[in-house]
Design a protein around this ligand. Structure first.
Ligand code: ZN
Length: 371
């Protein structure tokens, strides 16, 4: 996509009744409507079956895909169109137009637009073919994970041990449980039975990692948090490994669409750290699910000028502090300001709040954070 093409699109966007022209012009370059023959993917080496692409796009409505990435429409326009903040650039006022009927988007801020494939390319920063792979994976996994999430959420309040564990970790507010869509995996074969009854073959469950090779539920006695294309399960039992993910990528930063709107962002290690901070009113918090950020998470933190407050565990062996120091250096090299929050020895944000810390005290730690 050349600069000229982008400029033309912005001009088109200013005209009245330019909606058709606008969208007609913002198709992926590979998806031109005049194109009748199977066309080449970017790079031109392998041809892509046009019919398969049309099917893929039909199966993944853009609005569904956007919402699965945490995008929220801010205001409705006529004709099933929506405006919202642009997930592709640091947007302060809603510039992102989505035509749900046509499954097309256009951003008045960064001038980019197109279909779900184009969106996936830009959003995940991948080439055309890789975007197709990601979308196909998502198409296969998303409905299954949604069903599993719904099932786990129904179980949460039926199991006193799950609610007691959440209490013990400081998770109390119903708004927080709703916001994080927290569920509970009782184990045995109940998820399997539920999903098979819903029409999924056992092979699909095994492939997704929801069932073991023996056909049992993979998540047993675990609090479950849905992530982007994955599920995090925290074991209630000390006998099992504490953390469990499905064998797919852990995805981007947790709830990034909410956190990225703030000029100052708090980055924590674990979802229970995230939970207590969010519950105490710090909505500018995000979580990397570990101290090691994947490339996408790192790129998200750098997507706009901001200050990142790092709040990793203050372990006795210093590994959390070492990780946070290394990350601070890498972020600074990309022009991001960083501050390191110093928690009392042996604490993480979760234990800090669980053992009586409050929002005002954490705010003082934020203010005292060191560069
Ligand atoms: Zn934009």
């Amino acid at each position: 996509m050349g600069r000229t093409a982008t400029a033309e699109r912005v001009v088109l966007g200013k005209g009245r009744n330019s909606r058709r022209a606008l969208f007609a012009d913002t198709h992926h370059p590979c998806l031109g409507s005049e194109c009748t023959l199977p066309y080449s993917a970017a790079g031109g080496k392998q041809s892509v079956n046009r019919q398969a692409l049309d099917e893929l796009k039909q199966q993944i409505p853009l609005l569904d895909y956007l919402q699965a990435q945490d995008w929220q429409p801010v205001r409705p326009l006529s004709g099933g169109r929506w405006m919202g903040l642009c997930p592709l650039h640091a947007d302060r006022k809603p510039s992102f137009l989505v035509d749900a009927g046509k499954s097309l988007f256009y951003c008045y801020g960064c001038g980019r637009g197109g279909d779900v494939i184009r969106f996936a390319e830009i959003y995940h920063d991948v080439k055309f073919r890789q975007a197709l792979v990601l979308l196909r994976q998502w198409r296969g996994l998303a409905p299954l994970l949604q069903q599993a999430t719904d099932f786990y959420r129904m179980q949460l309040h039926r199991h006193t041990e799950a609610v007691a564990y959440l209490q013990q970790r400081g998770v109390r507010s119903p708004e927080l449980i709703e916001h994080m869509r927290i569920g509970y995996a009782p184990g045995g074969g109940c998820l399997r039975a539920w999903l098979i009854e819903s029409g999924y073959p056992l092979s699909a469950l095994r492939q997704a990692g929801l069932a073991t090779s023996f056909g049992y539920d993979a998540y047993v006695h675990r609090i479950v948090f849905p992530l982007e294309g994955n599920l995090y399960g925290r074991s209630l039992s000390a006998a099992a490994p504490p953390h469990r993910f499905l064998p797919s990528p852990k995805g981007g930063l947790y709830a990034w669409e909410q956190a990225r709107r703030y000029p100052e962002v708090i980055l924590v290690e674990g979802l229970f750290d995230y939970a207590v901070l969010w519950q105490s009113g710090f909505h500018n918090v995000t979580c990397a699910m570990g101290t090691h950020l994947n490339a996408r998470q790192f790129q998200q933190l750098c997507d706009s000028p901001r200050t990142v407050y790092l709040s990793f565990d203050a372990d006795s062996n210093g590994s959390g502090q070492q990780a946070s120091q290394q990350l601070a250096h890498r972020l600074q090299a990309h022009g991001i300001l960083t501050r390191r929050i110093v928690l009392p020895a042996g604490h993480d944000p979760n234990s800090f709040f669980v053992e009586g810390g409050d929002a005002a005290q954490f705010q003082s730690l934020l203010e005292a954070a060191q560069p």
